[in-house]
Unconditional design. Structure first.
Length: 281
């Protein structure tokens, strides 16, 4: 027993660099080799899934990208998951961006899902309208007359030359709205200036820190469900049956938390054993 206690005390003085190395390994390994830990979707995530499930083939969904590289780990997985779900149901996808960086995020997501995974055709199945400056003024413009805000898409094609733009002139012409938002302008502005005035069904995905700000709109029914941060993305991936970065990210996060707690417990045991010995002698 005494030898075991000696081992604990010596381990308590472990160089912190080794601790950092262990944490790095337990974070990285699940990203490359997902553990498949169980994920239980919340009601908020389930609601988003149910709303999309109610859409029919040929329905029109407006998806807005309002995030950049700094919040990509949280929001990009849910945006990819949503696009997978929409394309799986053959819904027509129209993408707009209220953030400049959002256009690059949207291009990456569409290339990964629409082109590589589902083989969708640009202009027939999806279109990237792109970014326009103006914050909530852009939303107001889309509500009144989309053609005044966008005359060409992100690739410079005139909207009149894009087949799936026929009959699309304002937000009211869409069947569903989703905001992938990391802040202002984003979810709140879409609710205030589009979803409420027009009456369009809307869902959202936000960073974890934004959930408390947006939740009152969810509870009032103005927003139909919310995906909150990486957990929300993982839950949505579980619902659509396609594991992605959200799922592996939650695996890494869960294992890292377990290891950190284990280090804390072990460190406290070492501390108390050493203090007891010092009092004894």
């Amino acid at each position: 027993m005494e030898k075991f206690l000696d081992l604990i005390v010596r381990a308590g003085g472990l160089d912190r660099r080794y601790i950092f190395l262990v944490i790095a390994l337990v974070v990285m390994l699940p990203l490359f080799f997902p553990l498949g830990l169980p994920i239980r979707p919340t009601i908020a995530s389930q609601t988003v899934y149910d709303v999309v499930e109610e859409l029919n083939a040929g329905d029109k969904a407006l998806v807005s990208f309002e995030y950049g590289p700094s919040t990509k780990p949280e929001i990009h997985p849910m945006a990819v998951g949503l696009l997978r779900h929409l394309f799986e149901k053959d819904v027509k996808v129209y993408v707009t961006c209220l953030w400049p960086d959002g256009q690059f995020m949207a291009m990456e997501a569409l290339e990964q899902v629409a082109e590589d995974q589902y083989g969708k055709e640009y202009g027939e199945d999806y279109v990237l309208l792109g970014f326009r400056p103006g914050n909530e003024a852009v939303i107001k413009g889309l509500v009144s007359n989309l053609r005044k805000v966008f005359t060409v898409d992100a690739n410079g094609n005139f909207l009149d030359d894009i087949p799936m733009m026929d009959g699309i002139n304002q937000v009211a012409d869409f069947d569903y709205l989703f905001s992938a938002s990391a802040g202002y302008p984003g979810t709140v502005e879409w609710v205030q200036y589009a979803a409420d005035p027009v009456g369009i069904t809307m869902s959202t995905g936000t960073t974890s820190i934004q959930v408390n700000e947006v939740m009152p709109y969810v509870q009032s029914g103005q927003i139909k469900g919310i995906l909150g941060g990486m957990p929300g993305a993982a839950e949505y991936e579980s619902l659509i049956g396609q594991a992605g970065i959200g799922t592996s990210g939650m695996d890494a996060q869960s294992v890292a938390h377990i290891v950190i707690v284990a280090f804390i417990i072990f460190g406290n045991i070492s501390f108390f054993v050493e203090r007891r010995r010092s009092k004894k002698y």
